[in-house]
Design a protein around this ligand. Structure first.
Ligand code: GRF
Length: 227
């Protein structure tokens, strides 16, 4: 992440990234040279490996340990105090594994985004890759969306689809999806920071620029070209 000179453009947005674990999505964001400033990385786990990655990039790190709180409301309140100290334009859930209370989500409505390892609304919740394999789907993927109180069902910003291969295991499928997560998450945040996306009255994400080439994915690959 290149650090912008002091004479930073006043419209440069700031973001706070929330993690719980490895932080591979956070790393992808830090390495994407996004048009924004990362004010802090906050983890709910003191042992999250992603904290070290953030420190190596010179990013302020904080821990708000969920284990120190008797309930979600208490945790979310301390988390909000920590977030508000940075006054971010966007809060990014990057492998953040806590369910947030409706009050917390309402506080950050339309500036809270998440990445989920499935093509929502399919496979909301956990263990998405094993469930997709169990169902025998041939196309799987990942989704970046705004967070609402309806878990994993907020307005979708961007998705990536990958083929499910005959010999896939949850681990091989997860790795293929994760690679695409690392591509679409920075793209979603770039659009947000450049004000390229907006939310319509019916709760759908609209792109200000509409060039959208057709790039059909068919899985398994078809054998007859003119089929
Ligand atoms: C990713 O699959 C992400 O979609 C999910 O958590 C997994 C780990 O993310 N939310 P990271 O490596 O900690 O960014």
């Amino acid at each position: 992440m290149k650090h912008k000179p002091e004479s930073v453009n006043v419209t440069t947005k700031s973001i706070v990234i929330l993690i719980s674990g490895h932080g591979s999505n956070m790393r992808a964001l830090l390495e994407a040279d996004l048009p924004c400033r990362v004010a802090a990385v906050i983890s709910n786990r003191v042992d999250a490996p992603g904290l070290e990655i953030a420190k190596q990039h010179g990013i302020t790190t904080r821990v708000v340990a969920h284990r120190n709180h008797p309930d979600r409301e208490s945790f979310d309140s301390e988390l909000a105090i920590c977030i508000d100290s940075y006054q971010p334009d966007l809060i990014v859930l990057a492998g953040f594994m806590r369910i947030l209370t409706p009050q917390f989500v309402a506080r950050y409505q339309n500036k809270l985004i998440n990445i989920h390892p499935s093509l929502l609304p399919a496979y909301s919740g956990l263990n998405t890759h094993a469930r997709a394999l169990q169902d025998g789907v041939k196309i799987h993927g990942c989704t970046v969306h705004f967070v609402t109180s309806d878990v994993d069902h907020g307005p979708i910003i961007i998705q990536a689809a990958v083929p499910v291969l005959m010999d896939d295991t949850p681990a091989t499928l997860a790795a293929r999806v994760l690679h695409q997560e690392h591509r679409i998450f920075p793209q979603a945040i770039r659009w947000f920071c450049n004000d390229d996306i907006s939310l319509s009255a019916d709760g759908k994400v609209r792109m200000k620029r509409l060039e959208q080439p057709d790039c059909t994915l068919i899985s398994p690959r078809m054998e007859y070209a003119n089929a």
